[in-house]
Write a protein that binds this ligand. Structure first.
Ligand SMILES: [Fe+2]
Ligand SMILES: [Fe+2]
Length: 259
């Protein structure tokens, strides 16, 4: 089974660009399953008001699903849009938010689907350095009963935390694929018990800045001015952050970074 996993989609233009590229990616890599993290897709005029600047709207995620994305994952921005959109997005059976959230948080953290006649469970997991209100991931992980091949979107900020989770789950899951920090990692090993580990898949968004945003936004943070200056995304061309994995009997046999 071949998995195409796409890292954080930043902004609506990146979502449209990905949809345009999907036929080409499908014919080149022939994935059986496509998972994309879309926590940052809603930015600017494409969204309504809400507590954050990114998040997801039904209007932006449905075209992705229609274009062939099987499961959408997210992270700390999962609840950024206004209440109606947030509830609508998380009511969708193929949209996930981190599984280790308190029970009263909208959404669900994993889904099992059938791929080539086999069960595949996609689970979204977070560490508290990326999602402040997340519960300790191991506390929740050990309560889960995930059928079939398991693929983890690990939304975490620290590479050390990502190593802890990936090595902790080595041999138990097919892949631990890092999201959230947006800058793609070169290190993409298959660990000794057969679990693929990508510390950061990388964003699908605008280059020429930082994390898909203008570098001046981070310069403002350096100057103590907070995030308030984020009014546009980075000025450079769109780039793809993605990996392709070959998975057999619940373990990864090959991994390739694609652009
Ligand atoms: Fe993100
Ligand atoms: Fe994030």
């Amino acid at each position: 089974m071949r998995l195409l996993f796409i890292g954080d989609i930043v902004g609506p233009a990146a979502g449209e660009w990905l949809i345009e590229r999907l036929p080409e990616l499908r014919s080149t890599y022939r994935p059986d399953l496509i998972v994309a993290n879309a926590e940052n897709i809603a930015f600017g005029t494409a969204r309504t008001n809400g507590p954050g600047l990114f998040g997801m709207t039904i209007a932006l995620i449905e075209p992705l699903l229609d274009a062939g994305v099987d499961v959408i994952t997210s992270g700390n921005h999962a609840w950024d849009t206004d209440e109606a959109d947030t509830l609508a997005v998380h009511a969708h059976p193929r949209v996930l938010r981190p599984v280790n959230m308190p029970d009263d948080v909208p959404g669900k953290g994993w889904v099992t689907i059938e791929v080539l006649g086999e069960r595949v469970s996609v689970v979204n997991l977070a560490t508290p350095d990326a999602v402040a209100t997340a519960r300790p991931p191991r506390d929740v992980w050990t309560t889960l009963e995930l059928p079939g091949t398991v693929i983890v979107d690990l939304h975490a900020e620290s590479v050390i935390q990502k190593h802890i989770v990936a090595n902790g789950l080595d041999g138990e899951v097919a892949a631990v694929l890092g999201t959230h920090t947006h800058e793609a990692s070169l290190f993409t090993p298959i660990l000794q018990r057969g679990t693929a580990f990508v510390p950061e898949v990388g964003m699908t968004g605008h280059s020429g800045g930082a994390q898909g945003m203008p570098g001046d936004v981070f310069r403002a943070l350096w100057n103590g001015d907070g995030w308030g200056g984020l009014t546009t995304l980075a000025p450079g061309p769109l780039v793809l952050g993605a990996v392709v994995l070959d998975i057999e009997d619940g373990r990864t046999t090959a991994i390739e970074r694609i652009h």
